[in-house]
Design a protein around this ligand. Structure first.
Ligand SMILES: Cc1ncc(COP(=O)(O)O)c(C=O)c1O
Length: 451
């Protein structure tokens, strides 16, 4: 089928995620028909560098022989069988490998199929755990989350989210949460210095836990970096402090490593950098190397044990999805984990992270860049109309989106978060391609802001 007909079908029938469809349909979306390494190819024969790791999930590139073969081998056995009442070799093996690699003490793996559902499961597990725990059990129906948090799009995940442009429309549908300020210092509230604001953030978290701790089921946090909020990087020590406070107030800590997990911040899991073991850990995106939909919610034995008992006691976790723990996805995940070691991927992240930092420094004096934020291979460039006071562009100008279109014209795929231009190279991307990514994105920023 030719591109014109495919695009017509797409325009007529596909409702794209997070897309203002009226404008989107006029933009001539590329139809990606193949990939190779870190490049994508569309039906018109154009080649693009995959500059956002196919929405932050690709790790080793596309058409990686070891992962392709693992999926094919599994396909020769069975594509799908359920985890409801049955198990499968890849699901069992992968659970063992995840437990071996995640912070010590997270021994139980509950599979789902997306980041949102991994968070949804975490919230329900935390709530039910408190109701059923052997000592001091009771109703805890409050979750604490950070301002501008993003944990996915299902209703529970939206309830613990805080990005108004995505979430405010659903306000009436959401359950109650307490939102504490996010420890970031770009555009400070009146009267605060960076230092005083970070102290305020700490006090607010401490006060919330002290005053409402006996009602709080868990604090939910994206460790080190709030990705969808615009690559907001937390100060060193913040995650450790959240762990100290949650432990002191007997509140669970849910770490959502959907975006930051699998090497993206420099370590296999972000929690490692602050020596933190959460009570519940959510994994998705990079878990399969970016091949297939799979997610996992890991918990401690103490949490899992609260769900044990005679079936008639009703302690079961009544939750699960049809494709939970899909064997093809688990086979891809096992192959991806092996590649981390075989190809020294974390070493590559260190090299590319340094390279990216030195390239981003070129934007330090750019008249329309208010801030550059980076952790490992997650980077955000905040565009501003005026650096004096960091005045934003009018939202209607869609500057971040314009930069994405300009980068695409230069052969690179990226995706903005409002007016934050995101650079998200895959953890295994060679350094020379990180340069290519920077060259085209920086040129695209110039194309648009100096117009
Ligand atoms: C931190 C975080 N949690 C959860 C999600 C939701 O994941 P999914 O899109 O797979 O549902 C995302 C997606 O970007 C995320 O960044």
């Amino acid at each position: 089928m030719n591109t014109a007909r495919l695009r017509e079908l797409d325009n007529n029938h596909v409702w794209h995620p997070f897309a203002p469809m009226q404008a989107f349909r006029d933009e001539g979306v590329p139809l990606i028909e193949s990939g190779n390494g870190f490049y994508l190819f569309d039906t018109d024969g154009n080649r693009y560098l995959d500059g956002n790791s196919s929405l932050w999930c690709n790790i080793h590139g596309h058409r990686v022989p070891a992962i392709d073969n693992a999926v094919r081998d599994q396909l020769d056995r069975i594509a799908h069988t359920t985890l409801l009442g049955l198990s499968s070799p890849p699901a069992a093996q992968l659970a063992g490998e995840l437990v071996a690699r995640t912070p010590k003490g997270l021994n139980k793996v509950f599979y789902t199929d997306s980041g949102s559902t991994s968070v949804e499961a975490a919230l329900k597990i935390a709530y039910q755990y408190h109701a059923q725990k052997p000592i001091g059990g009771g109703r805890r129906d409050l979750f604490v989350c950070l301002a501008n948090a993003y944990h996915g799009d299902t209703i529970g995940a939206v309830s613990v989210g805080g990005i108004d442009v995505f979430h405010s429309v659903y306000g009436q549908l959401l359950f109650e949460t307490v939102r504490v300020p996010s420890p970031v210092t770009f555009r400070l509230p009146e009267g605060h210095t960076a230092e005083s604001y970070l102290e305020f953030c700490d006090r607010e978290l401490e006060r919330t836990l002290r005053e409402q701790g006996d009602r709080i089921a868990a604090v939910v946090i994206e460790p080190l970096v709030q990705g969808a909020a615009g690559i907001l990087v937390h100060p060193e020590g913040y995650l450790r402090r959240v762990r100290e406070l949650t432990r002191a107030h007997d509140v669970l800590l849910i770490a959502d490593e959907v975006a930051v997990g699998f090497g993206r911040t420099g370590t296999l899991f972000a929690c490692e950098q602050e020596d933190v073991r959460p009570d519940i850990l959510c994994l998705a995106k990079g878990i399969t190397g970016g091949y297939l939909p799979l997610a996992a919610t890991l918990t401690t034995d103490a949490i899992y044990d609260a769900f044990l008992g005679d079936p008639s006691e009703g302690k079961t976790f009544y939750h699960g999805h049809t494709y939970t723990g899909n064997p093809l996805a688990c086979a891809a995940a096992l192959a991806s984990l092996e590649l981390f070691e075989a190809n020294n991927v974390l070493q590559n992240v260190a090299v590319c992270g340094t390279r990216l930092a030195s390239r981003l420094a070129e934007l330090a004096d750019h008249p329309h860049v208010g801030e550059v934020r980076q952790k490992g291979l997650m980077a955000g460039v905040e565009l501003v109309q005026d650096r004096d006071g960091n005045a934003p562009y009018p939202a209607a100008d869609r500057m971040g989106h314009q930069v994405t279109l300009a980068a695409r014209a230069r052969g690179t795929i990226t995706r903005p978060l409002g007016d934050v231009v995101v650079l998200m190279p895959a953890p295994a991307m060679p350094p020379v391609l990180v340069d290519e990514l920077c060259d085209s994105v920086f040129a695209a920023i110039d194309d648009v802001t100096r117009r």
